[in-house]
Design a protein around this ligand. Structure first.
Ligand code: GDP
Ligand code: IMO
Ligand code: MG
Length: 427
């Protein structure tokens, strides 16, 4: 049976959490494969709102086994608080599995994330301040500390001493902060070790066995394709690979097992943090979209930058992820507009570009070329089939489908589970 991947096709916050939750009754495992608690995924079930950060969104479905894959970076204190928060609301996390190879976010990663942003001044990335970049940096530099190290106190302290040798030089001599003591972190983290131990497993092996037994596995991405460290708007990106290729690396599931890539794409565009955003609206229309869509960050509460749908980005996301199916979310938010601009190409220094420009310099200069589609005035939040949508809303979806180059298989008309029009089953 297949492993399917779910990714964000824009700059994150497309509604991945909702769609992952929706698939909860059709998959047995839901695996987070990258990112950490920079993510904020919202799941709404009836009157209950859940904001998930490290745990896969499948955790809300009682039958699902949630897995934190090797590609995720874990802040253990945040993870344990998230588990406690859910359990106090009656959501069991008992079946959670955590890869022994996942890397740990340490207090010095959080400190370095914050001070390095401050030092960048106007050039800052606008990170979530959760220590994500420095943790992945250490992973690649081979000075990271992994979940499995928690269970060998001697190794943990030794690795911490080594890591802190240069981190403390940086903190005290460059950033004018206080040094951090290895012993103190070792003590704090050993308390987490005890609580985390029951969840830790060889997750890659378990997933392979599940796939051999015809069990469905959903690999859930965080962030979005344009925040990918390789394929995004570098350096204004996160430090991992949210694109579908990252799903194999970050879960240990071989790429030939993946049969479907579901792209989650908003009917317009948002972005949090710095970096280029060709269709951004800095006027009243942007304010209108932010209000209508409730576009405020789940993790940091920051107002999201808002703009129109960008078909150039959609086509790019289709290509770099190999998207087989799209779920267009938040179509309901666009109700009430007379005309809806859709960006079909860019103009860069007088030249038309149908694809994302090759260089970041050109992308910074990209001006949107718009086509104007007819809007609709009806409230569509009660629609349950494609036929329930006003003709002009149907045409909007069909047009962006054609421009994006992959079929639209579902449409979101509200935050709740039942506010999804399924045009064809995902699996
Ligand atoms: P994620 O990070 O991709 O999981 O997305 P977020 O949870 O950060 O942001 C998406 C927001 O849109 C959440 O508040 C969802 O409850 C909400 N949402 C998801 N799908 C829809 C939809 O189709 N319509 C509306 N109005 N809201 C939606
Ligand atoms: P979900 O999973 C939107 C952005 C940050 C910043 C950049 C780098 O909810 O879609 P980081 O802390 O990762 O080093 O910050 O990435 N960012 C997100 N934007 N949604 C997210 O997650 C994000 N996670 C990180 O705002 O611009
Ligand atoms: Mg989010």
């Amino acid at each position: 049976m297949p492993a399917i991947v779910l990714i964000g096709a824009q700059w994150g916050d497309e509604g991945k959490g909702k769609v992952t939750d929706l698939l909860g009754d059709r998959v047995k495992y839901v695996v987070r494969y990258q990112g950490g608690n920079n993510a904020g995924h919202t799941v709404v079930v009836g009157d209950e709102h859940y904001a998930l950060h490290v745990l896969p969104s499948g955790v809300i479905s009682p039958e699902v086994i949630p897995v934190i894959g090797n590609g995720v970076v874990i802040d253990p204190k945040v993870l344990l608080e998230e588990i406690d928060g859910l359990e106090s609301r009656g959501v069991s996390c008992e079946k959670l599995l955590i890869s022994a190879n996942a890397h740990l976010i340490m207090p010095y990663h959080r400190a370095l994330d914050k001070v390095s942003e401050r030092f960048l001044g106007k050039a800052k990335i606008g990170t979530t301040g959760r220590g994500i970049g420095p943790t992945y940096g250490d992973k690649v530099a081979r000075t990271g500390i992994r979940i499995q190290d928690l269970f060998d106190p001697g190794i943990l302290e030794q690795k911490l001493e080594l890591a802190l040798r240069d981190k403390n030089q940086l903190l005290t001599k460059v950033y004018n902060r206080r040094a951090i003591e290895a012993k103190r972190i070792a003590e704090e983290y050993s308390t987490y070790a005890e609580r985390l131990k029951p969840y830790v497993a060889d997750t890659g092996l378990i997933l392979d066995q599940a796939l051999k037994n015809d069990v469905n596995v959903l690999l859930e991405g965080a962030q979005g394709s344009l925040l990918d460290v390789d394929h995004g708007t570098y350096p204004f990106v996160t430090s991992s690979n949210p694109t579908a290729g990252g799903a194999a690396v970050g879960s240990g599931v071989g790429p030939t097992k993946i049969t479907k890539v579901i792209g989650i794409i908003k009917a317009y565009t948002t972005r949090v943090g710095s970096g280029p955003f060709p269709t951004e609206l800095l006027d009243d229309q942007g304010e209108w979209l932010r209000k209508a869509g409730g576009e405020f960050g789940v993790t940091t509460g920051r107002p999201r930058r808002c703009g129109w749908f960008d078909a150039v980005i959609a086509r790019y996301a289709t290509r770099v992820n190999g998207v087989t199916d799209y779920c267009v979310t938040k179509l309901d938010v666009l109700s009430g507009l007379d005309k809806i601009p859709v960006c079909v190409a860019y103009e860069v220094d007088g030249k038309k570009h149908d694809e994302i420009p090759m260089t970041q310099t050109d992308f910074h200069h990209a001006k949107p070329v718009y086509e104007y589609l007819d809007g609709w005035s009806e409230d569509i939040s009660g629609a349950r089939t494609f036929g329930d949508l006003p003709k002009k809303a149907q045409t909007y979806v069909k047009t962006i489908e054609e421009m994006s180059g992959a079929q639209v298989s579902a449409i979101g008309v509200g935050p709740r589970r039942d506010q999804t029009l399924q045009l064809r089953p995902f699996l």
